[in-house]
Design a protein around this ligand. Structure first.
Ligand code: KG4
Ligand code: ZN
Length: 338
């Protein structure tokens, strides 16, 4: 059996990423972030596509170089078809198409959300792979989903947000506190020193396995405004406690729905994915859930949580094994059927 070499490209939002895999092992995983968005307090689509355009060639070159793989050794090119920002997706899609045509090797389109889930199948020492069927909680800046994963190519969304994503809840709360974008990692950092019980926020009431985060954001806005009116230094003096309390509330919302999902499906294997799964509070809570509830939880290696191309590559590899290829008529999709 010959080794399969996949070059994977991810450009759905504001990170230009490329990775090279040999079968299910990651040989290189390169991500070029885009600092430019920080001063705008969010991703500016037009600037993102321009930066992808500049970054894509050096990022791919670096991925091949670090993997010590020549492009003539490649078996296939995998790329993110969607969901994401159209202008950003177009850069990766066009690049992948051209390279597959010039090398005369197969092209493989990958759904970004599937990739966040299937990243758990990357072969990494010290990391177990889930067994089908399992539950996936995908939490990112754009999505909040509970997915029942039946096999590599058969999964169904059984719960999702009705408004903001979890990442937005983190980022918007941070913005209210005057922290720069993306605020999620900063809330995580300050929360470590804080008292999570200091401030109470009410949790939204949402039916079934769905989520809602926009009410929490408004609640936090009023809470901050009210307190700053009384004490202009309120945020500065209580930063850690505010962050810890916000993070704690978000984690409780997620855990409540996960417990409901386990009760409904009888499935106790839970994998998390997406940028917000980098959160140390969420990682710790899920790890503790193993002893507390008897679940088996899967927490991805840090570099496979936020957007990366290795996760696109592992889906590419699984599709390669089943000859699930695409022809050059494939197009990017900002919204894509799950
Ligand atoms: O998956 P991702 O890189 O991009 C999307 O597809 O959205 O997720 C980015 C999101 C941002 O909202 C960011 O604030 C959040 O993940 N994030 C975190 C942490 N690291 C990244 N949120 C909370 N705690 C973190 N440590
Ligand atoms: Zn993502």
């Amino acid at each position: 059996h010959n080794d399969v070499f996949i070059l994977a490209i991810e450009s759905s939002c504001d990170d230009t990423a490329a990775a090279v895999l040999r079968n299910d092992k990651v040989l290189s995983n390169v991500v070029a972030g885009q600092k430019i968005h920080e001063e705008y307090g969010g991703v500016v689509p037009e600037l993102a596509s321009r930066a992808h355009q500049q970054n894509i060639v050096p990022v791919v070159d670096m991925a091949l170089k670090r993997a010590n793989v020549n492009k003539n050794q490649l078996s296939a090119i995998a790329f993110t078809q969607g969901p994401g920002l159209m202008g950003s997706l177009l850069v990766g899609t066009s690049f992948a198409k051209s390279l597959s045509l010039s090398l005369d090797i197969p092209l493989i389109a990958v759904n970004h959300m599937h990739a966040h889930i299937l990243a758990h199948f990357i072969d990494e020492e010290g990391f177990d792979k889930p067994e089908f069927p399992f539950l996936a909680l995908t939490i990112s800046g754009g999505h909040t989903q509970i997915v029942k994963v039946n096999s590599f190519f058969n999964m169904e969304i059984i719960g999702e947000t009705t408004d903001d994503a979890v990442g937005e809840a983190f980022d918007k709360s941070a913005k209210i506190m005057g922290l720069p974008y993306p605020g999620g990692p900063l809330i995580d950092k300050f929360a470590k020193e804080g008292n999570q019980k200091k401030y109470q926020f009410t949790k939204p009431k949402v039916d079934g396995l769905n989520f809602s985060f926009s009410g929490l954001k408004t609640q936090i806005l009023y809470f901050i405004q009210r307190n700053v009116l009384e004490n202009p230094n309120f945020i500065e003096e209580n930063k850690a406690d505010i962050c810890a309390s916000i993070q704690h509330t978000i984690i409780e919302i997620l855990m409540e729905k996960l417990k409901m999902t386990v009760a409904e499906t009888g499935i106790t294997q839970i994998a998390i994915g997406g940028g917000v799964s980098a959160n140390s509070g969420i990682r710790e809570t899920l790890k503790n859930a193993e002893g507390k509830y008897g679940w088996k939880t899967f927490i991805p290696k840090f570099e496979y949580t936020t957007d990366n191309a290795a996760m696109i590559g592992i889906v590419g590899y699984q599709k390669y094994l089943e000859n699930r290829f695409n022809d050059a008529s494939i197009v990017s999709k900002a919204r894509i059927e799950f």
